[in-house]
Design a protein around this ligand. Structure first.
Ligand code: WTA
Length: 650
């Protein structure tokens, strides 16, 4: 392995930092020795209507039950808005930067309160009640955040669906949680291109209703002003409705364990799972990690470039920062529009202090050349962050040197939709950095590495990453399917939460995430189940069978490689490849576009009919000389054809 370049905490990172080395060690030890006492203290960082008297009641065994602060009552919207009004009413809450660099907007906490209350009242007067599921399918505009917070205010459970998903994917999510109220926009705008959100919603509802769902209302925000199809009696105009509504709406008293949101995410099998997060613990955990991981100080301008359709947008654009009274920047566009300088220009324009993005964006911008960066100042930056996938040391060093001018620490934050917030990450004033390592666990987090038999490995080791005990931000169940929750996360290694990631721990106790060990791939930081892409492929009439694997990709991290067996009589062609790519985009969305398609007369199967993915992964990586044991294959000859026709020949 190449030598690791350690970047020690610089004196200026430590100077005003909230947490230094000794504090980290002390708090970490306290949090593990006595989680009850630790979280009883930090649980008070949010406002409670009824204070909790119970702190932690969690079990990873048997039926798996996770409860935090269970007798407390609170409200997420109250904590993100109302409690700041007195002190920061006129301070910016959301700093919005449009796709077009000429468009921006500042929304103060007072204005945020008004918008959210109006929308909450509109939802109430249209029959949305506590516990109802509301689907949000929106571009990156402030109304997306208003919608989430308005749901939280009245106790409705939001399910945000990424605006890049297809009508089919949206339909599946509406149907799964039986959501009867949808909030969308006429169109989205990204990189100068329009996204037909309302038209997609109409199609999705048609599909979902065929499957038995019933959508009562669609509330439509005007973004581009496009002329869209209108269903009278069902569709409601956001402008018309909110302008009539009152600007006061009492926040609902929510139990700490009442659901806050559902967010669908891909797993190794079957349909995407509805990850369910609840109110109290989630808010304590996201606000606390936002403060300490980014060393957030009052007055900082904070920018996370994620989309609210992903968990990073939930926890670190909306809930964490707003609970802390921060100014959170929300960006509608893309990194390379109008050109590859956009991120750095936005940083200068709004004097951003904390910047949080994904390795795939860093790699793409690195490829665009240093000039795009160097012509901007970036001197407001103090802390840089990454999330979503492993960052290669080259990209890390570029981010550190070229973007950060060696002045800002990088926090490489490891976590998942399921974990609600960051679990492993450096803290800017406390942790020496090693490029490519997410470094050390956050307070209260107990990582463990286990081997294939579930034996816990000590010291420096490589294994499967588990977490030994609960933390307040953890998901509570798979919506509507608790058994699947138990099976997916707690059955592989009894009594532990299994993350699905492989990991190495070095001699300093630093964690290095090596990527998924299951059939989930990570494409440009977007998580995808290979099974989902396979089922999209086989839904094409010419396809008889498909197997999908990931392969290393310079910019995306992983690319999507598809082996496709056609129906007898069909012949593979470049035309058909294009047709299949279009088909998958249509079924799932552009993020699932296959990068490589290989037509294969047969797939390597064991005698019991199981596809040997290990072999397919090797061939996709062009590593076919090391296929290992193929003697258990039903027909070893298929491998020769696969190798011969591999698409990644070097
Ligand atoms: C991967 C995103 C390495 C990991 C917050 C995890 C990472 C999956 C990192 C979750 C990181 C996320 N280093 N890998 N810093 N952050 N991952 O649910 O494989 O979209 O299991 O949550 O992304 O993706 P998800």
């Amino acid at each position: 392995m190449s030598e690791v370049h350690v970047h020690q905490v610089k004196p200026e990172w430590k100077k005003d930092a909230l947490i230094d080395k000794d504090t980290y060690e002390k708090w970490y030890k306290d949090s593990i020795d006595d989680p009850e006492a630790f979280w009883a203290k930090h649980g008070k960082r949010i406002d409670w209507f009824t204070p909790f008297t119970k702190v932690k009641n969690t079990s990873f065994n048997g039926d798996v039950s996770i409860k935090w602060f269970e007798d407390g009552t609170t409200n997420a919207s109250y904590n993100c808005i109302d409690r700041h009004l007195e002190k920061r009413g006129d301070q910016t809450a959301i700093l919005w930067e449009g796709d077009d660099p000429a468009e921006d907007q500042k929304i103060s906490y007072r204005e945020l309160h008004e918008h959210v209350c109006r929308l909450a009242n509109v939802m109430k007067s249209n029959g949305v009640k506590k516990g109802d599921r509301v689907t949000i399918y929106m571009p990156m505009i402030p109304e997306a955040a208003y919608a989430m917070l308005a749901c939280a205010r009245i106790g409705a459970v939001h399910s945000v669906v990424f605006g890049g998903f297809s009508p089919d994917s949206l339909a599946g999510r509406i149907e799964d949680c039986r959501s009867d109220f949808v909030i969308t926009a006429d169109e989205g705008l990204r990189g100068g291109k329009k996204v037909p959100l309302k038209a997609n919603t109409d199609k999705a509802i048609e599909i979902a209703e065929k499957a038995g769902a019933k959508v009562r209302n669609v509330l439509v925000v005007r973004r581009t002003g496009a002329d869209v199809n209108w269903v009278d009696g069902r569709d409601l105009s956001y402008d018309d409705e909110t302008s009539k509504a009152s600007t006061d709406c009492e926040p609902e008293k929510m139990n700490a364990e009442d659901p806050l949101f559902i967010l669908y995410t891909s797993g190794s099998t079957g349909k995407p799972k509805g990850v369910l997060h609840t109110t109290g613990g989630y808010l304590v955990y996201t606000s606390m990690t936002h403060q300490y991981v980014f060393d957030y100080h009052e007055g900082d301008i904070y920018w996370c470039t994620a989309d609210v359709g992903w968990v990073t947008g939930h926890s670190y654009i909306v809930y964490g920062p707003l609970a802390n009274g921060a100014q959170t920047l929300m960006f509608e566009g893309v990194p390379n529009y109008p050109d590859a300088s956009r991120f750095w220009q936005v940083i200068d324009k709004h004097k951003v202090n904390i910047f949080y993005t994904a390795p795939t964006a860093i790699r793409a911008l690195m490829g665009a050349g240093d000039d795009h960066v160097k012509k901007t100042s970036r001197k407001s930056l103090r802390v840089l962050g990454t999330v979503g996938e492993p960052i290669n040391p080259e990209a890390w060093e570029w981010y550190y040197k070229v973007v950060g001018d060696e002045r800002s620490p990088i926090v490489d934050t490891w976590w998942q939709t399921e974990t609600g917030g960051i679990l492993i990450s450096p803290l800017p004033g406390a942790t020496d950095l090693k490029p490519g390592s997410a470094t050390r666990p956050f307070f209260g987090v107990r990582p463990q590495l286990v081997d294939g038999d579930g034996k816990v490995l000590e010291g420096p080791a490589s294994g499967n990453l588990c977490i030994a005990d609960s933390w307040p931000g953890q998901m509570r169940t798979v919506y509507g399917d608790h058994e699947r929750f138990i099976q997916t996360y707690f059955s592989t290694y009894k009594g532990k939460y299994f993350t699905g990631d492989g990991c190495r721990r070095d001699e300093d106790g630093y964690y290095w995430i090596t990527g998924r060990v299951d059939d989930v791939i990570n494409v440009s930081g977007h998580r995808m189940g290979t099974a989902e892409v396979e089922s999209a492929l086989v839904s094409h009439p010419k396809v008889s069978e498909a197997a999908v694997v990931g392969y290393p990709h310079d910019v995306k991290g992983q690319g999507i490689y598809c082996y496709v067996t056609l129906m007898s009589g069909e012949k593979g062609s470049e035309e058909l490849k294009k047709e299949l790519v279009a088909h998958v985009r249509n079924e799932i969305g552009p993020i699932a576009s296959p990068d490589k398609i290989q037509f294969a007369p047969g797939l390597p199967k064991t005698r019991s009919g199981k596809i040997m993915r290990r072999i397919l992964r090797k061939i996709a990586e062009d590593d076919y000389r090391a296929l290992g044991d193929t003697s258990t294959l039903a027909d070893p000859a298929v491998v020769e054809d696969l190798v011969e026709n591999r698409q990644n020949k070097r």
